[in-house]
Design a protein around this ligand. Structure first.
Ligand SMILES: Cc1cc2nc3c(=O)[nH]c(=O)nc-3n(C[C@H](O)[C@H](O)[C@H](O)COP(=O)(O)O)c2cc1C
Length: 203
């Protein structure tokens, strides 16, 4: 059983800290885990070329390709983002736009104006998803909703915790997630839920 964490922060910071808590707990439970930091990746925004429809894959050659392959193979996906002006970060948005849109066409054909879509099983169907967002003061829930909406339209099964899986950072961009005792406990419980759901789905 594998779980990947994708961190949308451009720096070593709080988001990575929270994701690592969840991955660390899952590792203790026997999961294979991997952290992918988008700060190391060159992922351009979706160009809207629509070539993925006929090519059955995104044709833009950059680091998207290697990350996307890993997303297709994992059982669980944790996606974390810092809140930037109330939203997820641009590079993470680029990854989600391209992976969500291009994967849809891997198993579906474009219909004419007369056609009716019956999407069926999709590449991310029934993979387990968990969002994490982190802000200094506010905006976590809007960014959280962006991640949740992406998961919901791509046929993931989303995991909650005993509170929203959001973190609070200190002033002036402080890297101090270790002080967010409640946040850490929420992330630990998230790991328990991911373990529970992935095991049920694999049974
Ligand atoms: C460009 C930018 C925009 C930000 N916008 C917000 C915001 O809308 N609300 C907020 O509370 N904090 C905001 N912050 C603070 C970050 O969300 C906070 O420092 C968080 O810890 C960053 O996550 P990281 O440590 O994983 O990079 C912003 C920071 C930056 C650099």
């Amino acid at each position: 059983m594998k779980v990947i964490g994708i961190c949308g922060s451009p720096r070593v910071g709080n988001t990575e800290y929270y994701i690592n808590i969840v991955l660390g707990e899952l590792k203790k439970k026997g999961f294979e885990v991997e952290l992918i930091n988008l700060r190391d990746k060159n992922i351009a925004q979706c160009e809207g070329c629509y070539k993925c429809i006929e090519n059955k894959k995104c044709v833009v050659a950059d680091d998207f390709q290697v990350v996307f392959k890993k997303m297709l193979k994992t059982d669980g996906l944790i996606v974390g983002s810092p809140v930037y002006n109330g939203s997820i970060t641009p590079r993470l948005k680029a990854l989600l736009d391209r992976s969500g849109f291009s994967s849809r066409w891997m198993k579906n054909e474009l219909k004419t104006s007369e056609g009716k879509y019956d999407w069926g099983q999709m590449p991310f169907s029934r993979k387990v998803f968990a969002p994490i967002t982190v802000a200094r003061k506010t905006g976590q829930t809007f960014a959280f909703a962006q991640l949740a909406l992406w998961a919901a339209v791509n046929d993931f099964i989303m995991t909650g915790s005993n509170y929203w899986t959001v973190g609070t950072a200190g002033t002036s961009g402080s890297v101090n997630a270790n002080e967010d005792i409640e946040g850490i406990s929420i992330m630990n419980h998230l790991a328990e839920n991911i373990d529970f759901i992935v095991n049920k789905l694999k049974a």
